[in-house]
Design a protein around this ligand. Structure first.
Ligand SMILES: [Zn+2]
Ligand SMILES: [Zn+2]
Length: 380
């Protein structure tokens, strides 16, 4: 993959530039500008602000079938910067896109780099699917940095929940009997959820933070607020769990007398459905670059991703490329350092090569695309 080797400096520079200018979800103005500029300079036609999202974009090259998409993410995390390494995902996507051009020229097909904002905070791919960004695609691929090379990864269905309790302020020592304690309602909710957690199915996850627990220690808190995530292995169990979690809050509201108000997040992550035929191709290509990349890893930990939603509508893969040693957690300062390290750049370049090699496999052999689609239909 000499196209990637020839662009080593450019890609490394682009990745580090995004890394040192972290932007939160829906605010990725610089990253989106740099990525689209790079694609444009390399002959892609660019549409900016697609799906009514100012930092979403589409860069296209070629117009034939198969229509293959490489997905870019480029949002950072509050306080932690690029602690999920999305600078690598983005640069890997544009690198793979540009490196796929000779194959598209020779063999046909089309390659599209889809820029998807705010994976972390808003799961924007869900909106982008509704608004047609993934229509008429045959294949969608992206690579996420991690601590192991692996071609598939499980990811849980997930929805966020915002909760508020409204009580009654009072002097906490002089007239506590006239107060209704909104903070206690929140604490009781946590206790109820902790009890519930003992009796949920394996892989279910419920976790949250308190964003308002009162303003003064000597005033009975009249207001409390929190944000939670509820996750499950499949959509059916997520629906069941959501109701049980809400029951925890209703119980606490009843016990405390505080009024409960809640709102489920607009965007929900679907479980990730990896296409094994496609994963096999990617794995072989990583292998040829000297990276032993198993199809799956039973030891793997997992969260949720809005790429799960894409995988429900287009045959997809979301593999991991190792940029840090095992034991380094995503969303930690150590992972942010890895995302700007030499190993990070190497992972980026190898993953971009493997993606571009997979594009070559796909445009060279319509039968394999047929097989991928057949698997997609059969496993629906
Ligand atoms: Zn993340
Ligand atoms: Zn991530």
């Amino acid at each position: 993959m000499s196209e990637i080797d020839a662009r080593r400096e450019q890609l490394s520079e682009l990745s580090l530039k995004i890394h040192s200018n972290p932007e939160l979800g829906l605010e990725e103005i610089k990253a989106a500008a740099w990525l689209t500029q790079y694609l444009e300079e390399n002959g892609f036609s660019i549409e900016r602000g697609i799906c009514q999202l100012p930092t979403a974009f589409r860069g296209s090259y070629g117009a034939g079938k198969p229509a293959i998409a490489v997905i870019a993410e480029y949002d950072a995390l509050p306080n932690l910067g690029h602690a999920c390494g999305h600078n690598i995902i983005a640069t890997c996507a544009v690198g793979a896109g540009v490196a796929s051009k000779p194959a598209i020229d020779q063999l046909g097909g089309s390659i599209t780099v889809i820029g998807t904002p705010s994976e972390e905070l808003h799961a924007c791919k869900a909106k982008m699917i509704e608004r047609g960004a993934f229509n008429d695609l045959d294949i969608a691929m992206m690579v996420h940095p991690g601590t192991h090379d692996v071609a598939t990864t499980p990811a849980l269905a997930c929805q966020t929940l915002e909760v508020e309790f409204f009580g009654q302020a009072a002097h906490a020592a002089a007239q506590p009997e006239t107060g209704i304690n909104a903070l206690e309602a929140m604490l009781q909710s946590f206790a109820a959820i902790n009890s519930l957690r003992q009796h949920t199915k394996d892989k279910a996850r419920i976790h949250g933070i308190i964003t308002d627990g009162g303003k003064a220690h000597n005033v009975v808190p009249a207001h409390s607020a929190g944000i939670f995530s509820v996750r499950a292995e499949d959509d059916t169990y997520l629906d069941e769990l959501k109701q049980r979690v809400i029951n925890c809050f209703i119980g606490a509201a009843t016990a405390s007398g505080a009024r409960l108000q809640y709102k489920w997040g607009d965007n929900r992550c679907s479980p990730l459905r990896s296409n094994m035929t496609l994963a096999q191709l990617f794995s072989q290509n990583m292998q040829s670059l000297g990276r032993k990349t198993p199809l799956s890893d039973p030891q793997q930990t997992f969260g949720s991703t809005d790429m799960g939603n894409v995988s429900q509508v287009v045959p997809s893969i979301h593999p991991f490329v190792a940029i840090a040693p095992p034991g380094i957690a995503h969303h930690s300062p150590q992972f942010a350092l890895a995302a700007a390290s030499e190993a990070g750049t190497q992972g980026l370049l190898d993953a971009a090569k493997a993606l571009a090699m997979t594009v070559v496999d796909l445009v060279a052999d319509p039968a394999i695309v047929g097989k991928i689609k057949e698997e997609f239909e059969q496993t629906k």
